[in-house]
Design a protein around this ligand. Structure first.
Ligand code: GLA
Length: 391
């Protein structure tokens, strides 16, 4: 019942065939970068808090070849990308930098080229992906990080560090997609490790791997297949709200605040700002506690906090929607489920459910029978971050 996740080699094969058909050349370089789910730590990254994501077996591949004519030619095979699906532009120079334009999908590629740490050469390339576009699984970060990895490979000029690479990709998203995202998505797509979640301190950018490799436990991703239009405008507003609340508390960010600090200022702020700040402060603590629970293999508490996170995102932070609430409520009804929550920015997209392997079919049947929409399921385990592939 779960969707079959295509093998990376199949994605590469299709992209290589398209490269030959479109540009008349054989692939010399192939790379991939994964999408992600965040297990806990919702909307904490831009508050300098902690996040606890994992890389997915759903990936974006870029396959191609370096050229010497100073032209970047790129085609996407993603049917849901906006038209045209093939673009060409000059390698940027100081006088002629790249600027965002249509089609939107190509802005992620252009933004990364513009923010690459060294000189870029021309290339021909084809993008293919198993990360659903706009489903809250970070298809944009996967494209950015895959593009960066492709440029590193063709120029043989790796980034100074993986952190620098993730930061350049985040800058591409800020400046070319106009999305003021935190660092989580690009970080995990760059640094994910198979069998592990990554516990990231978004203030220091230090991270550590925590194993989630028990074969009896899987992560079920349920795509609600809805996306509410609020999504785009609400994210920047939440960011501003959090920043304003921190300023009111006399702090650099909500990372520094304890719930007692917030209580002192409760009467000076609107109820909305109070609840938004309360989500962030409690969520940063929950994320730390969740890491401890996973280290202790205490899946009951691990899952309980994940579900608590969902209700905090719904009631306090107000980024859920009826479809996601329904998916979470249905999932936690099934025995064998430890916890469930929306993942990503909210207002649609996906939920994650931490569940015993032998209960996952029951969860999917239950949701399929009761959910008002048409869900898509992926059964996943934590996977590897971006890499150059052997052809
Ligand atoms: C989006 C952003 C991330 C993060 C999440 C919410 O995915 O890109 O940086 O803020 O929302 O946790």
């Amino acid at each position: 019942m779960a969707a079959v996740i295509p093998k990376v080699s199949e994605l590469v094969q299709k992209a290589s065939e398209a490269l030959l058909a479109e540009y008349g050349c054989e692939a010399e370089t192939a790379v991939c970068a994964p999408g992600r789910v965040n297990i806990i730590g919702g909307h904490t990254d831009y508050n300098e808090g902690f996040v606890f994501p994992m890389a997915l077996p759903l990936v974006t591949v870029v396959v191609g070849k370096k050229t010497s004519d100073g032209i970047c030619c790129i085609k996407t095979l993603m049917p849901s990308a906006d038209e045209p699906r093939m673009v060409e532009f000059q390698v940027p120079t100081a006088e002629n930098p790249l600027k965002p334009s249509k089609p939107y999908w190509a802005n992620y590629v252009k933004g990364v080229i513009q923010n690459f740490h060294g000189p870029v050469s021309g290339f021909v390339a084809v993008v293919n992906s198993s990360v659903p576009l706009g489903g809250g699984l970070s298809s944009s970060a996967a494209l950015e990080v895959a593009t960066y990895t492709f440029l590193e490979a063709i120029t043989q000029d790796p980034a100074e560090s993986l952190k620098a690479k993730a930061l350049a990709c985040q800058k591409a998203e800020h400046t070319f997609a106009n999305m003021p995202c935190g660092i989580m998505d690009q970080f995990i797509s760059t640094m994910g490790k198979a069998g592990n979640l990554l516990f990231i301190d978004c203030r220091t950018l230090e991270s550590k791997c925590v194993a989630l490799d028990d074969p009896d436990i899987v992560i079920l991703i349920t795509n609600s297949n809805v996306r509410h239009t609020l999504r785009g405008s609400e994210y920047p507003l939440r960011r501003i709200h959090c920043q304003k609340a921190a300023v009111m508390l006399g702090m650099k960010s909500l990372r520094d605040a304890a719930i007692e600090d917030l209580e002192k200022y409760k009467d000076c702020m609107s109820d909305t700002m109070y609840r938004h700040a309360r989500h962030v402060i409690t969520e940063i603590k929950r994320t730390q506690d969740c890491e401890v629970a996973l280290v202790n293999k205490d899946y009951q508490n691990f899952g309980r906090m994940i579900t608590e996170c969902h209700y905090s995102l719904k009631n306090d932070f107000e980024v859920s929607c009826p479809e996601l609430d329904e998916l979470v409520a249905l999932a936690v009804e099934v025995p064998g489920v430890f916890g469930s929550r929306l993942t990503g920015g909210g207002f649609g997209g996906c939920t994650i459910t931490v569940v015993k392997q032998d209960s996952v079919d029951a969860v999917m049947s239950h949701i399929k029978e009761k959910y008002r929409g048409t869900p898509t399921f992926y059964v996943c385990q934590p996977s590897e971050g971006a890499r150059i592939l052997q052809l």
